[in-house]
Design a protein around this ligand. Structure first.
Ligand code: DIR
Ligand code: MN
Ligand code: MN
Ligand code: MN
Length: 314
């Protein structure tokens, strides 16, 4: 189906500047050329309007947090409507973030259009903090909890219904930096979480078998939320939070390939690409490649026709 690409230059959910340039970085990295090459019809919907973080930073401290949250809620409604309309036309929304609060509206719109939604959350973090558990107060650490119906009401009630997803339909893959009270919330909700330790201990193939079975079981459609910080800092420096011990190239390609080959995705996002931290846009280029894998581009064809042509070592 037609891939509906929309950019969300949103960085109001984080304290560091730069992820608002994620959509630009992904465009520059060739997202449309890759879709074209893969033979997907696509629509370029441009970027949504989002207020500048630094403009809102000029507000007095007591009004700043509320103003930023109100803007995040407004953007979530807009994105939710956009994604809903695209999905109702039978298109596959591909959302270019933006910090991870972008996922709030995307999941809302897709759940409204498609019904019971399975979600694969690929992230070094669980993003399952509530205002009560969050040590930072940053909204980008909360979107999964919000989609499960917990947190600020103006965000939880995006598009006028809640919750968007059920805990038994959600899988987190690659988590390694989860706050203690956040982990307690994940456990009590019953969300499946596969940490980087689990990937080693259980093996990647078993984890992906279980994860895919879980999100497919009983659901009407599946969404993937992809946070670039799941990858190791040496592989993907261009992200909000760089940490070591993240997924290697072979691990992340395995994750994305197995999903793309086994599940028809109803929608996906590429989140937290920060070109200010990147090395010559290499993280954005890698994310373009992984988005194609998630969309089910056959790897052998992809490697032969697209990747190898761009690799200096061939
Ligand atoms: C931390 C960091 N758990 C927080 N979160 C995220 O601020 O809630 N970093 N999502 O990317
Ligand atoms: Mn995240
Ligand atoms: Mn993260
Ligand atoms: Mn984040």
């Amino acid at each position: 189906s037609t891939v509906n690409v929309v950019g969300v230059p949103l960085d109001l959910g984080v304290s560091k500047l730069g992820v608002d340039m994620g959509p630009t970085a992904l465009r520059y990295a060739g997202i449309f050329e890759a879709l074209e090459h893969a033979g997907f019809p696509y629509l370029d919907e441009g970027d949504l309007d989002v207020a500048n973080n630094f403009a809102l930073d000029r507000l007095p401290p007591e009004r700043r947090g509320t103003a930023k949250r109100a803007e995040i809620a407004r953007v979530a409604e807009n994105l939710g409507r956009h994604v809903h309309e695209a999905a109702m036309r039978g298109e596959t929304p591909l959302v270019l973030g933006g910090d991870h609060s972008t996922a709030i509206g995307a999941i809302a719109g897709l759940a409204k259009a498609r019904g019971r939604l399975g979600v694969i959350w690929i992230d070094a973090h669980a993003d399952a903090n509530t205002p009560q558990t969050s040590p930072s107060g940053n909204i980008h650490g909360m979107p999964l909890a919000i989609s499960l119906g917990h947190g600020y009401p103006d965000l939880v009630n995006c598009l006028g219904f809640a919750p968007k997803v059920r805990p038994e339909d959600v899988v987190i893959i690659g988590a390694k930096d989860v706050d203690p009270d956040e982990m307690a919330f994940v456990r009590e909700q019953g969300v499946a979480l596969y940490s980087t330790f689990d990937l080693e201990h259980l093996g990647l193939s078993r984890v992906m078998d279980e994860a895919i079975a879980r999100v497919a079981q009983g659901t009407d459609a599946v969404y993937v939320s992809f946070d670039a910080d799941v990858m190791d800092m040496h592989l993907a420096p261009g992200t909000g939070i760089m940490t070591r011990g993240g997924l290697t190239y072979r691990e992340i390609t395995y994750v994305c390939r197995t999903i793309g080959e086994r599940l028809p995705l109803a929608g996906l996002d590429i989140i937290e690409v920060n070109p200010l931290m990147d090395k010559r846009n290499s993280t954005a280029e890698l994310c373009v490649e992984l988005a194609m894998a998630l969309l089910g581009v056959k790897w052998t064809d992809y490697e032969r026709n697209y990747l190898t042509a761009n690799l200096p070592c061939t």
